[in-house]
Design a protein around this ligand. Structure first.
Ligand code: SF4
Length: 304
C-alpha cells in the first residue's frame, strides 16, 4: 500500500508530499459525478483504517529521503476527514514537521462536526470543496451520503472561520456543464462566499476522465462564470483547460475595465493578455494604478 506519494511540484504549494489516508480502496461519503476514481457506494465511516504509527513511519521515511519539503498534504482515495484518528495523526505530524507546512484537501462534508473542525484548526492551510449551495445540487452532482445537508456544511464552514480565523481557508468549486453552472446556483454560491470570505476560491472544471458521463466547461465558459462572482471575492481559475485559450490584445482601458470586474491572477494574465498587453499592465503597476496582492501562493492583480 502506498501511503505516501510524491513529492509533487506545484506553483502554489512548492514541493509537496502527499499522505493517502485510504490507500487500499475508495472510501468516500460523496460519489461525485466528476470523480477521477471509479464510482463507489458512499460510506459514512472507513472500514479499512491504516494505523497512525504506520502512516508516521512511512512519512518519516519519505521526509528522510526527500529534503526541503514545503508541504505535507493530507488526502485520500476518498474523503480524508473520515479517517477516525485524524486529530491524533495531525498532532503526530506537527511534532515532527519542523518548518514544513500542512494542508488538507477535503470535500467539506464533515466540517459541521466540531471535532473535525478542531482537528482542521491544527493545520496550516485548509482546502475544502463546495460545488453547490443547494441540497438539490449537492445530491445530484456530489451524490452525497444520505443525511448530509448543505446547511450543515455551510454552517460548519462559517463556524470554522469564526473558531480559527488565522488558518487560511481555501474553497474549491468544480463546475460541471448543466449541473452547477446555472446563474441561480452561482448566485447562491456567491451569497454564501460573501458571508464566508474565504482566503481564496479556486474554480475549475473536469480535467481528467470522470466517473460518469458528464461534461466540463470550456475555459471561456469558466471565465464567464468567474465574472458572476462579486469582484471583491478572490476567485482564481484553477484549470488545465486554460492552455486551450489564445492570448489577446487589451488596451489600457480594457485592462482597467477587466480588473474592475474581477481580480486577475498571474496565470489569467499569461493566458488572456498578449505580450503587448502584459507590457501595458506592467506600466499600470509602475504608475500605481494596479497593485498586487498575494494569498497563499497565488498572486492577484487588483485596482489600487
Ligand atoms: S469527494 Fe473526491 S473522492 Fe469523493 S467522490 Fe467526490 S471527487 Fe471522488
Amino acid at each position: 500500500m502506498n501511503i505516501i506519494f510524491g513529492p509533487v511540484y506545484s506553483r502554489r504549494f512548492g514541493k509537496s508530499l502527499g499522505i493517502d489516508l485510504s490507500p487500499g480502496k475508495k472510501q468516500c461519503n460523496f460519489d461525485c459525478l466528476y470523480c477521477e476514481l471509479d464510482p463507489a457506494k458512499t460510506v459514512s465511516t472507513y472500514s479499512e483504517v491504516v494505523p497512525v504509527d504506520e502512516v508516521m513511519t512511512a512519512l518519516a521515511k519519505a521526509l528522510e529521503e526527500h529534503s526541503s519539503i514545503d508541504f505535507i498534504t493530507l488526502t485520500a482515495n476518498g474523503e480524508p476527514t473520515l479517517y477516525p484518528y485524524l486529530s491524533e495523526l495531525i498532532d503526530a505530524i506537527n511534532r515532527i514537521k519542523g518548518e514544513t507546512k500542512t494542508l488538507i484537501l477535503s470535500n467539506g462534508s464533515t466540517v459541521g462536526d466540531p471535532n473535525v473542525r478542531k482537528a482542521l484548526g491544527k493545520l496550516d492551510i485548509v482546502k475544502l470543496s463546495l460545488d453547490c449551495a443547494t441540497d438539490h445540487c449537492l445530491h445530484k452532482l456530489d451524490r452525497a451520503h444520505s443525511g448530509i445537508t448543505i446547511d450543515a456544511i455551510k454552517d460548519g464552514m462559517l463556524a470554522f472561520r469564526r473558531e480559527f480565523p488565522n488558518v487560511p481557508l481555501i474553497i474549491e468549486t468544480l463546475f460541471v456543464k448543466t449541473l452547477n453552472d446555472k446563474p441561480e446556483e452561482i448566485a447562491a454560491l456567491n451569497d454564501f462566499f460573501l458571508k464566508l470570505r474565504p482566503a481564496r476560491i479556486d474554480i475549475g472544471t473536469i480535467d481528467r476522465p470522470p466517473a460518469y458521463a458528464v461534461k466540463p466547461l470550456s475555459y471561456e465558459e469558466l471565465y464567464a462564470v468567474s465574472h458572476l462572482f462579486d469582484p471583491s471575492l478572490p476567485v482564481y481559475i484553477a484549470s488545465r483547460k486554460k492552455v486551450e485559450s489564445k492570448p489577446e490584445q487589451y488596451t489600457i482601458e480594457e485592462i482597467l475595465q477587466t480588473l474592475s470586474k474581477r481580480p486577475l491572477t498571474q496565470d489569467d494574465i499569461e493566458i488572456l493578455f498578449d505580450t503587448e498587453s502584459q507590457k501595458r499592465l506592467e506600466l499600470l503597476i509602475k504608475e500605481g494604478k494596479i497593485i498586487t496582492r498575494e494569498t497563499n501562493g497565488v498572486l492577484f492583480y487588483v485596482l489600487s
